[in-house]
Every structure is written in structure tokens, then in C-alpha cells.
Write a protein of this length. Structure first.
Length: 354
């Protein structure tokens, strides 16, 4: 238990220092939390990639991958779209905060100023309320009540943690105001030094995590082509669905007993007389794909022959890489149409933006 043996000015100073030692860690935490939220909010409002919904972000990611033309990116994206989206956002946040504008410093400074002014204001408010309360001897206890109340949502400083100092005989509440102002200034100076060296690893809850939460939703992938369900609820009712399916080669599908890769999309397969195999020897007509049980039965795939130009460009552009990845060939029924090979990246991107 904390005891103050000295009297007068010394005890007030000691009280202020003790209280500010408690405030320090809480202030640090509040500054990082506020900053993480501020960065996420700022990027959501100012960066076109992040001010829409997940479908519009998906378009930005596809555009980015086409511009980079790095097959490794596509591989990661196709196998783990959720993880790829996370890392895309993380890299973007890092660039945004640590570029030559050093936005991170500015965000941290702003949060510190805001929190610091709020604490100062809480000190001032508590002092004003208590200084004329001559009906009570436990002025410090009352002051702490008011102080914690005034801090409110700004930082987490539980009143119960201050039990050890609530019985102090401090009568000069006005002097406490000055002592707190001095002790707080020291806390602020120390924190400023730490913040000057901060980087993204300093955050407990990362700005990119907060930003990614805005794009939550269902991440189930079509069992045929791997495209992601577009429902915005993670555990939604009803079947999984999406607007555009993709060539089934993107999940490695081959025609039976050949090494020929499948370029058809599932939404046209479900209108065909073809079948697909599950297990060793069970064949299911595409038209009755739901008979295959989960995950097939959890999807709604209406017949639709339209395929995005983007994926036609992708398949013909990365033909060699796809053949190597899936150990197959674009031959026979998997022959890439000549019309696909004429598609330019510019055309693929233009259609994507529509």
C-alpha cells in the first residue's frame, strides 16, 4: 500500500507523480489504439481501394495483380484469397504510413495531443468541482472519483487501482492542479521520445486489421473454380453464390484420363451434359451438382455462359505457368481459343472497371 509520510507540498507532488505513473501506460495504450483507428478511418475515406465494399476492393486487387504481372501473386490469391486480401491491405497501410510524408508520426502526435489535453481537462474539471467542498474531509477520494469519471472513454484508468492513494491528507487542491500539470508534462515528454521511433510493429491492434474488418464476409470458395462467395455475412443463410465464375483450370481441373486442362466455367458446365467425378469412381452430372453433397450442395450456380475477359486474358497470358503448375496442357477440349489470345491487358482491365 502506498503511504505518503511527508506533509504539505511534498505529499502533493508525490501523489501527482504516483498517479502519473499509473496514467503513463494507460496513455500509451490509448494513443496507439486511437492512432490505429484514425489511420483505418483516414484510409477508408481517402484511398479509392478502401472506400467501397469487398467487391470493389476485389477489382482493385485484380487490377494490381495484372499491373504487376507476377504469377506468384496470382498463385497466392487463387489459393488463399482471404489471406491475400489481408496482406494487400497490410502492405498498403505500411506504404501509406511510412512513406516520405511520415504520416505515422503525424497520426501519433495528433492522438497524443488529443489524449493529453483530455487528461489535463479532467484534472482541471475535478479540481474545480472539489476545491470548494468543505463538507467532506476525504477530498482526495472525491477528486479521484471525479477525475476517473472525467477521463471516461479517453483512457482506461480503473478507479479501483487508485485505492492506495485515496486516503491522503491533501487539503490544498489548487496546488494539486499545478503538481499534476508538471508530472503530466514529464509523462508526455517520455512518451514523445518513444513515439518518435515507433513503427507498425508498435501497435497491439494493427490498423490493417481494423481496415480488413470492414471487408469481412463469406470466404467460401466455389468447389469448381475457386471464386469467392460474394455474401457480405460470414455465416449467412441460404446458398453461397457469386456473379462471375472462372475457368476451372484455376483450381487444376483436367478432362478425365487426359492431361488437358479445363477452360470452361462452372456456370456453363451446369447447363451441359458433362459430369464430374468425386472420389474414385462416383460420377455426378453437372446439371445435378447438388447431389454430390457438401460443399457442392451449399452453392447456387445458375447456368450462365458469360466469362470475364480478365480471366481469358489471364489464362492465355500465363499459359506456360499454368501448364507447369498443374502439370497439364491446353490441348484438345482445353485448347485456348484464338480470340482469347488477342485480348490485351488494357481490354481486360477496362472490362473489370465497368
Amino acid at each position: 500500500c502506498f503511504q505518503i509520510s511527508c506533509q504539505g507540498a511534498t505529499s502533493v507532488t508525490t501523489f501527482a507523480v504516483f498517479l502519473c505513473d499509473k496514467i503513463g501506460p494507460a496513455l500509451r495504450q490509448a494513443v496507439y489504439e486511437k492512432t490505429a483507428l484514425a489511420i483505418a478511418r483516414d484510409m477508408k475515406s481517402k484511398i479509392p481501394d478502401f472506400n467501397g465494399n469487398r467487391s470493389s476492393l476485389e477489382v482493385c486487387i485484380l487490377r494490381y495483380m495484372a499491373e504487376e504481372e507476377n504469377f506468384e501473386n496470382f498463385k497466392k490469391y487463387l489459393s488463399s484469397p482471404g489471406e491475400f486480401l489481408q496482406s494487400y491491405i497490410e502492405k498498403y497501410v505500411e506504404r501509406y504510413c511510412l512513406d516520405r510524408n511520415r504520416r505515422l508520426e503525424k497520426f501519433l502526435d495528433d492522438s497524443l495531443t488529443l489524449c493529453y489535453e483530455s487528461i489535463q481537462s479532467a484534472v482541471f474539471t475535478s479540481t474545480n468541482i472539489i476545491k470548494n467542498r468543505n463538507d467532506r474531509n476525504d477530498k482526495i477520494s472525491l477528486w479521484l472519483d471525479e477525475f476517473c469519471k472525467a477521463l471516461g472513454e479517453i483512457l482506461s484508468l480503473p478507479r479501483k487501482d487508485l485505492k492506495g492513494i485515496e486516503h491522503q491528507e491533501i487539503t490544498d487542491i489548487e496546488f494539486l492542479n499545478n503538481a499534476m500539470t508538471e508530472a503530466l508534462a514529464t509523462v508526455k515528454d517520455e512518451l514523445e521520445k518513444e513515439l518518435a521511433c515507433a513503427d507498425m510493429s508498435s501497435f497491439e491492434r494493427q490498423p490493417h486489421t481494423i481496415l480488413a474488418e470492414q471487408f469481412a464476409g463469406c470466404w467460401k470458395q466455389c468447389p469448381f473454380c475457386g471464386a469467392v462467395c460474394t455474401n457480405t455475412m460470414p455465416n449467412h443463410d441460404g446458398h453461397h453464390q457469386l456473379v462471375f465464375h472462372r475457368p476451372q483450370v484455376l483450381t487444376g481441373y483436367k478432362w478425365y484420363r487426359t492431361d488437358h486442362l479445363v477452360i470452361d466455367i462452372c456456370s456453363s458446365s451446369v447447363a451441359s451434359d458433362c459430369s464430374f467425378r468425386i472420389g474414385e469412381d462416383t460420377w455426378i452430372p453437372y446439371k445435378k451438382y447438388r447431389d454430390a453433397g457438401p460443399p457442392y450442395s451449399t452453392w447456387n450456380i445458375p447456368p450462365d455462359p458469360s466469362m470475364q475477359v480478365y480471366w481469358k486474358w489471364f489464362v492465355s497470358h500465363f499459359r506456360t505457368e499454368l501448364e507447369k503448375l498443374y502439370n497439364g496442357k491446353f490441348q484438345g477440349k482445353g485448347e485456348i481459343p484464338a480470340s482469347w489470345q488477342d485480348i490485351t491487358k488494357k481490354q481486360a482491365l477496362e472490362e473489370l472497371e465497368k
